[in-house]
Design a protein around this ligand. Sequence first.
Ligand SMILES: *Cc1c(COP(=O)(O)O)cnc(C)c1O
Length: 364
Amino acid sequence: MKLATEQTETGLSVDLAAVAANTRHFRKVTNGELMAVVKADGFGHGAVNAARTALAHGATRLGVTSLAEALELRAAGLKAPILSWLNPIDAAWDQAVRAGIETAVPSLEHLAALPETAAVHLHLDCGLARDGADPAIWPQLCQAARGRRVVGVMGHMSSADVPADPMNAAQRETFDWGVRVALANGLNPGHRHLAATAATLNDPLSHHTMSRIGAGLFGIDPLNRLHPALTLTTPLISVRTVRKGTGVGYGHSWVAPDTTRLGLIGLGYADGLPRAASNRAQVLVRGERRPLVGRISMDMAVIDLGTAEAGPGEPVTVFGPGGQGEPTIAEWASWAGTIEHEVMTGLGSRPVRRVRFAGPGRQR
Ligand SMILES: *Cc1c(COP(=O)(O)O)cnc(C)c1O
Protein backbone atom coordinates (compact mmCIF):
# COMPACT_ATOMS: atom_id res chain seq x y z
CA MET A 1 0.00 0.00 0.00
CA LYS A 2 1.31 3.46 -0.88
CA LEU A 3 1.88 5.88 1.93
CA ALA A 4 0.10 8.74 0.21
CA THR A 5 -3.01 6.62 -0.18
CA GLU A 6 -2.78 5.44 3.39
CA GLN A 7 -2.97 8.98 4.63
CA THR A 8 -6.00 9.98 2.65
CA GLU A 9 -8.18 6.89 2.36
CA THR A 10 -10.66 5.92 5.01
CA GLY A 11 -8.88 3.55 7.31
CA LEU A 12 -9.70 1.52 10.36
CA SER A 13 -6.48 0.88 12.17
CA VAL A 14 -6.36 -2.09 14.52
CA ASP A 15 -3.72 -1.88 17.22
CA LEU A 16 -2.97 -5.47 18.09
CA ALA A 17 -0.59 -4.34 20.82
CA ALA A 18 -3.68 -3.15 22.69
CA VAL A 19 -5.30 -6.57 22.29
CA ALA A 20 -2.06 -8.12 23.53
CA ALA A 21 -1.93 -5.85 26.59
CA ASN A 22 -5.59 -6.54 27.36
CA THR A 23 -5.01 -10.29 27.14
CA ARG A 24 -2.08 -10.01 29.53
CA HIS A 25 -4.26 -8.04 31.93
CA PHE A 26 -6.74 -10.93 32.07
CA ARG A 27 -3.88 -13.38 32.44
CA LYS A 28 -2.84 -11.43 35.54
CA VAL A 29 -6.28 -11.30 37.17
CA THR A 30 -7.20 -14.96 36.64
CA ASN A 31 -5.74 -18.29 37.59
CA GLY A 32 -7.69 -20.42 35.14
CA GLU A 33 -7.52 -20.63 31.38
CA LEU A 34 -8.51 -17.80 29.07
CA MET A 35 -10.80 -18.37 26.14
CA ALA A 36 -10.47 -15.50 23.66
CA VAL A 37 -13.95 -14.81 22.29
CA VAL A 38 -13.49 -13.59 18.72
CA LYS A 39 -17.08 -13.81 17.47
CA ALA A 40 -18.49 -11.23 15.05
CA ASP A 41 -15.12 -10.95 13.32
CA GLY A 42 -13.38 -10.34 16.60
CA PHE A 43 -15.83 -7.58 17.57
CA GLY A 44 -15.00 -5.89 14.26
CA HIS A 45 -11.21 -6.08 14.76
CA GLY A 46 -10.59 -9.08 12.50
CA ALA A 47 -11.10 -12.49 14.11
CA VAL A 48 -7.92 -14.16 12.89
CA ASN A 49 -5.55 -11.38 13.92
CA ALA A 50 -7.29 -10.94 17.26
CA ALA A 51 -7.18 -14.70 17.90
CA ARG A 52 -3.48 -14.98 17.03
CA THR A 53 -2.63 -12.04 19.25
CA ALA A 54 -4.64 -13.30 22.22
CA LEU A 55 -3.13 -16.79 21.90
CA ALA A 56 0.37 -15.31 21.83
CA HIS A 57 -0.30 -13.38 25.05
CA GLY A 58 -1.92 -15.87 27.36
CA ALA A 59 -5.18 -17.16 25.91
CA THR A 60 -5.21 -20.92 25.39
CA ARG A 61 -8.55 -21.40 23.64
CA LEU A 62 -10.87 -19.62 21.23
CA GLY A 63 -14.60 -19.11 21.41
CA VAL A 64 -17.06 -18.13 18.68
CA THR A 65 -20.77 -18.24 18.11
CA SER A 66 -21.26 -20.16 14.86
CA LEU A 67 -19.53 -23.13 13.34
CA ALA A 68 -18.84 -21.03 10.25
CA GLU A 69 -16.79 -18.65 12.39
CA ALA A 70 -14.91 -21.57 13.94
CA LEU A 71 -14.15 -23.13 10.54
CA GLU A 72 -12.81 -19.80 9.32
CA LEU A 73 -10.29 -19.74 12.18
CA ARG A 74 -9.22 -23.30 11.36
CA ALA A 75 -8.93 -22.45 7.68
CA ALA A 76 -6.61 -19.60 8.65
CA GLY A 77 -4.33 -22.16 10.28
CA LEU A 78 -5.18 -21.63 13.95
CA LYS A 79 -4.62 -24.86 15.84
CA ALA A 80 -5.88 -23.91 19.32
CA PRO A 81 -9.01 -25.57 20.71
CA ILE A 82 -12.13 -23.76 19.50
CA LEU A 83 -15.59 -23.80 21.04
CA SER A 84 -18.66 -22.84 18.98
CA TRP A 85 -21.76 -22.36 21.13
CA LEU A 86 -24.73 -21.37 19.01
CA ASN A 87 -25.85 -23.53 16.11
CA PRO A 88 -29.06 -24.99 14.73
CA ILE A 89 -29.51 -28.72 15.29
CA ASP A 90 -28.72 -29.58 11.67
CA ALA A 91 -25.38 -27.74 11.63
CA ALA A 92 -22.41 -29.32 9.83
CA TRP A 93 -21.47 -31.37 12.91
CA ASP A 94 -19.33 -33.90 11.04
CA GLN A 95 -17.29 -31.11 9.57
CA ALA A 96 -16.94 -29.62 13.04
CA VAL A 97 -15.68 -32.91 14.45
CA ARG A 98 -13.24 -33.36 11.57
CA ALA A 99 -11.90 -29.85 12.21
CA GLY A 100 -11.55 -30.57 15.92
CA ILE A 101 -14.10 -27.95 16.92
CA GLU A 102 -15.91 -28.35 20.21
CA THR A 103 -19.57 -27.43 20.40
CA ALA A 104 -21.93 -26.35 23.13
CA VAL A 105 -25.04 -28.39 23.82
CA PRO A 106 -28.02 -26.30 24.92
CA SER A 107 -30.74 -28.94 24.53
CA LEU A 108 -31.58 -32.64 24.36
CA GLU A 109 -32.26 -32.20 20.65
CA HIS A 110 -28.76 -30.86 20.06
CA LEU A 111 -27.22 -33.74 21.97
CA ALA A 112 -29.19 -36.24 19.90
CA ALA A 113 -28.15 -34.56 16.64
CA LEU A 114 -24.43 -34.50 17.47
CA PRO A 115 -22.11 -37.33 16.44
CA GLU A 116 -20.96 -39.56 19.33
CA THR A 117 -17.38 -38.47 18.67
CA ALA A 118 -18.09 -34.77 19.22
CA ALA A 119 -16.39 -33.09 22.18
CA VAL A 120 -19.09 -31.05 23.87
CA HIS A 121 -19.64 -28.46 26.56
CA LEU A 122 -23.07 -28.80 28.17
CA HIS A 123 -24.57 -25.32 28.38
CA LEU A 124 -26.77 -24.50 31.36
CA ASP A 125 -28.96 -21.42 31.28
CA CYS A 126 -28.03 -19.75 34.55
CA GLY A 127 -30.64 -17.02 34.26
CA LEU A 128 -30.99 -15.22 30.92
CA ALA A 129 -33.83 -17.32 29.49
CA ARG A 130 -31.95 -17.22 26.24
CA ASP A 131 -29.33 -19.77 25.21
CA GLY A 132 -28.47 -22.83 27.29
CA ALA A 133 -30.58 -25.61 28.75
CA ASP A 134 -33.40 -24.77 31.12
CA PRO A 135 -32.42 -25.94 34.62
CA ALA A 136 -35.66 -27.96 34.55
CA ILE A 137 -34.18 -30.30 31.90
CA TRP A 138 -30.56 -30.13 33.07
CA PRO A 139 -30.60 -33.39 35.08
CA GLN A 140 -32.11 -35.14 32.06
CA LEU A 141 -29.51 -33.60 29.73
CA CYS A 142 -26.67 -34.72 32.01
CA GLN A 143 -28.12 -38.21 32.14
CA ALA A 144 -28.48 -38.36 28.35
CA ALA A 145 -24.87 -37.21 28.01
CA ARG A 146 -23.47 -40.22 29.90
CA GLY A 147 -20.96 -41.97 27.72
CA ARG A 148 -20.49 -38.89 25.53
CA ARG A 149 -17.35 -36.78 25.31
CA VAL A 150 -18.40 -34.07 27.76
CA VAL A 151 -15.30 -31.90 28.14
CA GLY A 152 -16.99 -28.89 29.66
CA VAL A 153 -19.94 -27.27 31.39
CA MET A 154 -20.71 -23.65 30.63
CA GLY A 155 -23.06 -20.94 31.84
CA HIS A 156 -23.40 -17.20 31.34
CA MET A 157 -24.42 -14.36 33.65
CA SER A 158 -27.05 -11.69 33.06
CA SER A 159 -25.92 -8.89 35.35
CA ALA A 160 -22.22 -9.22 36.07
CA ASP A 161 -21.62 -5.61 35.01
CA VAL A 162 -23.51 -4.59 38.17
CA PRO A 163 -21.50 -6.19 40.97
CA ALA A 164 -24.14 -5.46 43.63
CA ASP A 165 -26.92 -7.20 41.70
CA PRO A 166 -28.18 -10.14 43.77
CA MET A 167 -28.66 -12.07 40.52
CA ASN A 168 -24.91 -12.65 40.40
CA ALA A 169 -24.80 -14.84 43.48
CA ALA A 170 -28.00 -16.62 42.45
CA GLN A 171 -26.60 -17.41 39.01
CA ARG A 172 -23.27 -18.58 40.42
CA GLU A 173 -25.22 -20.97 42.63
CA THR A 174 -27.22 -22.24 39.69
CA PHE A 175 -23.96 -22.93 37.88
CA ASP A 176 -22.43 -24.69 40.90
CA TRP A 177 -25.54 -26.85 41.11
CA GLY A 178 -25.27 -27.62 37.39
CA VAL A 179 -21.69 -28.79 37.81
CA ARG A 180 -22.67 -30.99 40.78
CA VAL A 181 -25.44 -32.60 38.72
CA ALA A 182 -22.99 -33.28 35.88
CA LEU A 183 -20.49 -34.86 38.27
CA ALA A 184 -23.22 -36.92 39.93
CA ASN A 185 -24.03 -38.33 36.51
CA GLY A 186 -20.47 -39.53 36.12
CA LEU A 187 -19.54 -36.80 33.68
CA ASN A 188 -16.07 -35.33 33.93
CA PRO A 189 -16.23 -31.78 32.54
CA GLY A 190 -12.66 -30.54 32.89
CA HIS A 191 -13.65 -27.06 31.70
CA ARG A 192 -16.15 -25.30 33.91
CA HIS A 193 -16.73 -21.78 32.68
CA LEU A 194 -19.23 -19.13 33.66
CA ALA A 195 -17.50 -15.75 33.52
CA ALA A 196 -17.25 -13.40 30.56
CA THR A 197 -15.48 -10.01 30.73
CA ALA A 198 -17.57 -8.29 33.40
CA ALA A 199 -17.72 -11.26 35.76
CA THR A 200 -14.01 -11.91 35.31
CA LEU A 201 -13.21 -8.33 36.29
CA ASN A 202 -15.82 -7.96 39.04
CA ASP A 203 -16.41 -11.33 40.58
CA PRO A 204 -13.54 -13.77 41.26
CA LEU A 205 -16.04 -16.32 42.62
CA SER A 206 -17.29 -16.74 39.07
CA HIS A 207 -13.94 -17.75 37.59
CA HIS A 208 -13.96 -21.57 37.91
CA THR A 209 -11.47 -23.18 35.47
CA MET A 210 -11.76 -20.68 32.63
CA SER A 211 -12.96 -17.20 31.63
CA ARG A 212 -14.42 -16.43 28.23
CA ILE A 213 -13.21 -12.94 27.32
CA GLY A 214 -14.59 -10.99 24.38
CA ALA A 215 -15.28 -7.31 25.08
CA GLY A 216 -12.29 -6.93 27.38
CA LEU A 217 -9.84 -8.05 24.70
CA PHE A 218 -10.98 -5.06 22.69
CA GLY A 219 -10.74 -2.55 25.50
CA ILE A 220 -14.34 -2.42 26.67
CA ASP A 221 -14.12 -1.74 30.39
CA PRO A 222 -16.15 0.83 32.32
CA LEU A 223 -13.20 1.42 34.65
CA ASN A 224 -10.69 2.13 31.86
CA ARG A 225 -8.08 -0.41 32.87
CA LEU A 226 -7.99 -1.75 29.32
CA HIS A 227 -6.88 -0.37 25.98
CA PRO A 228 -9.11 0.33 22.96
CA ALA A 229 -7.54 -0.90 19.72
CA LEU A 230 -9.48 0.83 16.94
CA THR A 231 -8.85 4.17 15.25
CA LEU A 232 -11.06 5.32 12.39
CA THR A 233 -9.74 8.08 10.18
CA THR A 234 -11.06 9.56 6.97
CA PRO A 235 -10.14 12.53 4.80
CA LEU A 236 -12.26 15.60 4.29
CA ILE A 237 -13.72 15.20 0.82
CA SER A 238 -14.77 18.80 0.35
CA VAL A 239 -15.23 22.03 2.25
CA ARG A 240 -17.71 24.83 1.68
CA THR A 241 -18.73 28.05 3.36
CA VAL A 242 -22.43 28.46 4.10
CA ARG A 243 -24.50 31.40 5.22
CA LYS A 244 -26.44 31.70 8.45
CA GLY A 245 -29.76 29.86 8.06
CA THR A 246 -28.48 27.12 5.73
CA GLY A 247 -30.13 23.77 6.44
CA VAL A 248 -27.83 20.75 6.39
CA GLY A 249 -28.68 17.22 5.29
CA TYR A 250 -31.96 15.33 5.14
CA GLY A 251 -34.79 17.07 6.93
CA HIS A 252 -32.57 20.08 7.72
CA SER A 253 -32.26 18.83 11.30
CA TRP A 254 -29.47 21.39 11.75
CA VAL A 255 -29.52 24.94 10.50
CA ALA A 256 -26.35 27.03 10.54
CA PRO A 257 -26.72 29.63 13.31
CA ASP A 258 -24.07 31.74 11.60
CA THR A 259 -21.82 31.78 8.59
CA THR A 260 -19.57 28.77 8.90
CA ARG A 261 -17.44 26.26 7.02
CA LEU A 262 -18.74 22.74 6.54
CA GLY A 263 -16.58 19.71 5.81
CA LEU A 264 -17.88 16.56 4.16
CA ILE A 265 -16.65 13.07 5.08
CA GLY A 266 -17.46 9.87 3.21
CA LEU A 267 -18.64 7.83 6.17
CA GLY A 268 -22.21 7.20 7.21
CA TYR A 269 -24.39 4.67 8.92
CA ALA A 270 -23.49 2.01 6.33
CA ASP A 271 -19.98 2.28 7.75
CA GLY A 272 -21.22 2.04 11.30
CA LEU A 273 -21.60 5.68 12.33
CA PRO A 274 -24.87 5.34 14.24
CA ARG A 275 -27.55 7.58 12.78
CA ALA A 276 -28.86 8.05 16.30
CA ALA A 277 -25.69 10.04 17.03
CA SER A 278 -26.71 12.73 14.51
CA ASN A 279 -26.29 16.25 15.89
CA ARG A 280 -24.52 14.86 18.96
CA ALA A 281 -21.33 13.26 17.71
CA GLN A 282 -17.96 14.95 17.39
CA VAL A 283 -14.78 14.22 15.45
CA LEU A 284 -11.21 15.47 15.74
CA VAL A 285 -9.90 17.88 13.08
CA ARG A 286 -6.45 19.46 13.49
CA GLY A 287 -6.41 18.60 17.16
CA GLU A 288 -9.82 20.13 17.89
CA ARG A 289 -13.18 18.54 18.53
CA ARG A 290 -15.73 19.52 15.89
CA PRO A 291 -19.41 18.61 15.85
CA LEU A 292 -21.12 16.54 13.19
CA VAL A 293 -24.14 18.51 12.06
CA GLY A 294 -27.31 17.46 10.30
CA ARG A 295 -28.40 13.90 9.95
CA ILE A 296 -25.76 11.23 9.42
CA SER A 297 -26.70 9.65 6.12
CA MET A 298 -25.83 6.25 4.67
CA ASP A 299 -22.52 7.22 3.11
CA MET A 300 -21.64 10.66 4.40
CA ALA A 301 -21.72 13.08 7.26
CA VAL A 302 -21.05 16.81 7.63
CA ILE A 303 -18.70 18.50 10.10
CA ASP A 304 -19.11 22.06 11.28
CA LEU A 305 -15.50 23.15 10.91
CA GLY A 306 -16.11 26.59 12.38
CA THR A 307 -12.86 28.48 12.07
CA ALA A 308 -10.66 25.40 11.52
CA GLU A 309 -8.36 25.95 8.56
CA ALA A 310 -8.98 22.54 7.10
CA GLY A 311 -9.28 21.82 3.39
CA PRO A 312 -9.97 18.78 1.25
CA GLY A 313 -7.70 15.88 2.16
CA GLU A 314 -7.35 16.96 5.77
CA PRO A 315 -7.42 13.83 7.95
CA VAL A 316 -10.33 13.54 10.36
CA THR A 317 -10.24 11.18 13.33
CA VAL A 318 -13.69 9.77 13.94
CA PHE A 319 -12.68 7.76 16.98
CA GLY A 320 -9.61 6.30 18.59
CA PRO A 321 -8.22 5.31 21.98
CA GLY A 322 -8.68 8.92 23.12
CA GLY A 323 -5.07 9.82 23.85
CA GLN A 324 -4.90 12.67 21.30
CA GLY A 325 -8.22 14.21 22.29
CA GLU A 326 -10.19 12.23 19.73
CA PRO A 327 -13.59 10.79 20.62
CA THR A 328 -13.65 7.21 21.84
CA ILE A 329 -16.01 4.43 20.81
CA ALA A 330 -17.45 4.72 24.32
CA GLU A 331 -18.41 8.34 23.54
CA TRP A 332 -19.92 7.34 20.20
CA ALA A 333 -21.93 4.69 21.99
CA SER A 334 -23.25 7.21 24.49
CA TRP A 335 -24.10 9.69 21.70
CA ALA A 336 -26.08 6.94 20.01
CA GLY A 337 -27.70 5.64 23.20
CA THR A 338 -26.08 2.24 22.84
CA ILE A 339 -23.09 0.23 24.03
CA GLU A 340 -19.57 0.03 22.62
CA HIS A 341 -20.12 -3.54 21.48
CA GLU A 342 -22.79 -2.42 19.03
CA VAL A 343 -20.62 0.33 17.56
CA MET A 344 -17.60 -1.98 17.18
CA THR A 345 -19.51 -4.80 15.55
CA GLY A 346 -21.49 -2.44 13.33
CA LEU A 347 -18.50 -1.04 11.45
CA GLY A 348 -19.08 -1.75 7.80
CA SER A 349 -16.75 -3.40 5.33
CA ARG A 350 -15.77 -0.21 3.48
CA PRO A 351 -13.10 1.23 5.78
CA VAL A 352 -9.81 -0.44 4.90
CA ARG A 353 -8.54 -2.42 7.90
CA ARG A 354 -4.94 -1.77 8.71
CA VAL A 355 -3.24 -3.79 11.37
CA ARG A 356 -0.67 -2.24 13.65
CA PHE A 357 1.48 -4.42 15.86
CA ALA A 358 2.96 -1.68 17.99
CA GLY A 359 1.18 1.03 19.90
CA PRO A 360 0.30 2.34 23.31
CA GLY A 361 -0.59 -1.15 24.50
CA ARG A 362 3.01 -2.24 24.24
CA GLN A 363 4.42 0.53 26.38
CA ARG A 364 1.94 0.17 29.23
C1 LIG B 1 -20.12 -12.99 23.74
C2 LIG B 1 -20.04 -14.06 24.76
C3 LIG B 1 -18.97 -14.06 25.67
C4 LIG B 1 -17.99 -12.94 25.79
O1 LIG B 1 -18.63 -11.92 26.51
P1 LIG B 1 -17.89 -10.54 26.79
O2 LIG B 1 -18.77 -9.84 27.75
O3 LIG B 1 -17.82 -9.87 25.47
O4 LIG B 1 -16.56 -10.87 27.33
C5 LIG B 1 -18.88 -15.13 26.55
N1 LIG B 1 -19.79 -16.12 26.52
C6 LIG B 1 -20.82 -16.14 25.68
C7 LIG B 1 -21.78 -17.27 25.72
C8 LIG B 1 -21.00 -15.10 24.77
O5 LIG B 1 -22.03 -15.10 23.93
